[in-house]
Design a protein around this ligand. Sequence first.
Ligand code: F6P
Length: 334
Amino acid sequence: MVNLAAIKRTLLKHIGILTSGGDSPGMNACIRAVVRSAIASELQVTGIMRGYQGMIESDFVQMDGRSVSNIVQRGGTILKSARSKDFFSAAGRSKAFSNIQSLGIDALVVIGGDGTFRGAEEFRKEYGIRSIGVPGTIDNDLAGTDYTLGFDTAINTAVDSIDKIRDTANSHDRLFFVEVMGRHSGHIALSVGLASGAESILLPETVTDVNALVASLRSGGNRNKSSNIVVVSEGDEAGGAFKMAEEVRKLAPEYDTRVTVLGHIQRGGAPSAFDRILGTRLGVAAVEGLISGKSDVMAGLINNQVVFTPYATCVSASHAPDPELIRLAYLTSI
Ligand code: F6P
């Protein structure tokens, strides 16, 4: 019988790897896993700098086992990252194809978010270059995986910061609005709020009612709560932390209110052990998936098992925060 998997395997000789979109802690662990597992399967690996932009500008670097030494513990991405506008154009993709074709790259591992996977799928449809994605974003907003690379580190970074804010909030009996990242998704805010014991968590997935928030803060005051932390997701439909603080000041001037926007601190720093292991598992899975002939799928982790999900599902299906966690956050903030 003809072994199709073996035929596909022999066609694959040279993998390109890139990181695209917002960087996230754990990307380097994933790059290391891709490079070393590909080499173990006798594949050549080329690093593509600055995401798709590097393909267009021929910004390539040959990778060997030593080129990824000492990076598993480092945040950021050694391949750098970009959100390439040029790759959206047919002319940009055509240039990218001719550049990787001249190097002999015949498949890609793309680490990033939804835009990264949309670009990869378009590229495969036009030029037949297969790819497998790895979810690399702190936002945890992709379907097809319980966790994206960098989410765990980002929430730990934010929790560590809020613990510090709590100390000073407590000393001065203050109300803090702390804004966390997440773009349109409330995953970061929910986990961070839950883990830091926030009095209230404002998410894009729930309706924010300023009057109800003030009532809940005052009711906490009646139960001798002297300091308050409100975690605000940057994508909350009612506005960010500054807007919320302004609204609450108007309704409840008795509070001494401060605002902290945590910002890009959440994107950097040494990856947690969880993110290093996740990056390693998904990186190896991506290479093995390409070897077995897969394409246009993202390697993710569901119930602690590696699974491959079509790009189209990952970017269109919703991965909303768990309502049970919302319930727990509410119950335990009383
Ligand atoms: O997608 C990751 C993320 O950090 C979001 O949480 C945030 O909204 C956005 O990227 C910030 O993007 P930039 O680094 O381009 O300002």
